[in-house]
Design a protein around this ligand. Structure first.
Ligand code: NAP
Length: 248
């Protein structure tokens, strides 16, 4: 049976690295994106050039109707979804909590928390052996921020990742007897474009010396952890939160 993985936010950064590695390991890959069709198309072209199968699928994970449609499109194009990587995530300009308004909080929590819940729910409805599915794996992309809190930068983002951790632990136990494993990775400071959203594209350079390994991580290093959690090598691992932070 072909393994089909849907990767939310698969067009850039950690999601794109995960898409490429998954394809290399034999998965057919649904590459979800919200607005950057060109970037998603590039990931798909790379995978196809290497002999793999992939499909770019537009959809905002925070919108219920988009989530249902994106699962349907991936299933129509690639087959039954056997794995989900809940990777899409956003943060906003660095500021203190006393500078955050409801609109910002709503945007961050809608993508990071509601998006992860909606995609996880859609995946369980398809994977659960209780509903006639064949089982599957969900890997949520949390952050070390969930533990560290991101003071002075984005406590809202950190709190959203705390919710992702709780989703991971709770859902893992909820569906453990239905053939579904649920885990999370908690990356530290990784070289991607997300830091530009916070207003500091060079954040990795600024903070590198404070990381025990004295460097930021690469998207590929996170992708390898995600692919291990997705694999049968991790068959007895569920509810686990795997730190990928160079000791941070
Ligand atoms: P990134 O380079 O900014 O890429 C984010 C991806 O998410 C893009 O593909 C983007 O697509 C997509 N996306 C954003 N909002 C979306 C939405 N509402 N619906 C669907 N797709 C959406 O980010 P990254 O650094 O790779 O981060 C990936 C994940 O890792 C996030 O959950 C982030 O919180 C987590 N993480 C990152 C770091 C780090 O240091 N980089 C550390 C810890 C955790 P479009 O371009 O089309 O909008």
């Amino acid at each position: 049976m072909t393994r089909v993985v849907l990767i939310t936010g698969g067009s850039r950064g950690i999601g794109a690295a995960t898409a490429r590695l998954a394809a290399f390991q034999g998965y057919a890959v649904g590459v979800n994106y919200r607005q950057d069709a060109e970037a998603a198309g590039e990931v798909v072209r790379d995978i196809e050039r290497a002999g793999g199968r992939a499909l770019a699928v537009q959809g905002d994970v925070g919108r219920e109707e988009d989530v249902e449609r994106l699962f349907e499109e991936v299933e129509a194009g690639l087959g039954r979804v056997t794995a989900l990587v809940n990777n899409a995530g956003v943060l906003e300009r660095q500021t203190r909590v006393d500078g955050m308004d409801a609109a910002r909080l709503s945007r961050v929590l809608t993508t990071n928390v509601i998006g992860s819940f909606l995609c996880a729910g859609a995946a369980v409805r398809r994977m659960s052996t209780r509903r006639g599915g064949a089982g599957g794996v969900i890997v949520n992309v949390s952050s070390r921020a969930a533990v560290l809190g991101s003071p002075g930068e984005y406590v809202d983002y950190a709190a959203s990742k705390g919710a992702v951790d709780t989703l991971t632990v709770g859902l893992a136990r909820e569906v453990a007897a239905e053939g579904i494993r649920v885990c999370a990775v908690r990356p530290g400071i990784i070289e991607t474009e997300i830091h530009a959203l916070g207003g500091e594209p060079d954040r990795v350079t600024r903070l590198a010396s404070g990381i025990p390994m004295e460097r930021g991580g690469s998207p590929e290093e996170v992708a390898r952890a995600i692919l291990w959690l997705l694999s049968d090598e991790a068959s007895y691992v569920t509810g686990a939160l795997l730190d990928v932070g160079g000791g941070r």
